[in-house]
Design a protein around this ligand. Structure first.
Ligand SMILES: [Fe+2]
Ligand SMILES: [Fe+2]
Length: 128
């Protein structure tokens, strides 16, 4: 159960970090929408942070025999795919990058936290 405690402690921290990168991304989209390199860079950092956070969660779910690992991981995979599509929309030659990337991602993350992370924390029986 030590890993569960570690998760509870870092989960909130990780979410806060992702939110901070997201806010920077939102600001870039408004103030420097033409600076595609910086936007792609922020999105790539965000994706890396998500991948590492999701891997950690999945390892804990496995070690704790969490019964909803499959559904929870499916939601993680969906989010990574979602952000990857945003990143590819900034590929050279494409001009149709959406302006509301962070609000859309944020909503998806918030839904994930409520629907999947909160029940996991309850299952682990530890306080965040
Ligand atoms: Fe999480
Ligand atoms: Fe999760």
């Amino acid at each position: 159960m030590a890993s569960a405690h570690a998760y509870a402690l870092t989960n909130h921290e990780d979410h806060t970090f992702m939110e901070a990168i997201g806010s920077e991304l939102a600001e870039l989209m408004v103030c420097q929408p033409q600076n595609r390199n910086r936007i792609v860079n922020a999105l790539t950092i965000l994706r890396s942070a998500m991948i590492s956070h999701f891997r950690q969660e999945e390892a804990i779910m496995k070690s704790e025999n969490y019964p909803y690992l499959f559904q929870h991981k499916g939601s993680h995979d969906y989010i990574i795919n979602y952000i990857s599509i945003f990143i590819s929309s900034f590929a050279p030659g494409r001009e149709d990058a959406p302006a509301d990337i962070w609000p859309a991602l944020k909503k998806t993350l918030e839904t994930h936290i409520q629907k999947y992370d909160d029940p996991l924390i309850l299952y682990l029986g530890v306080n965040p």
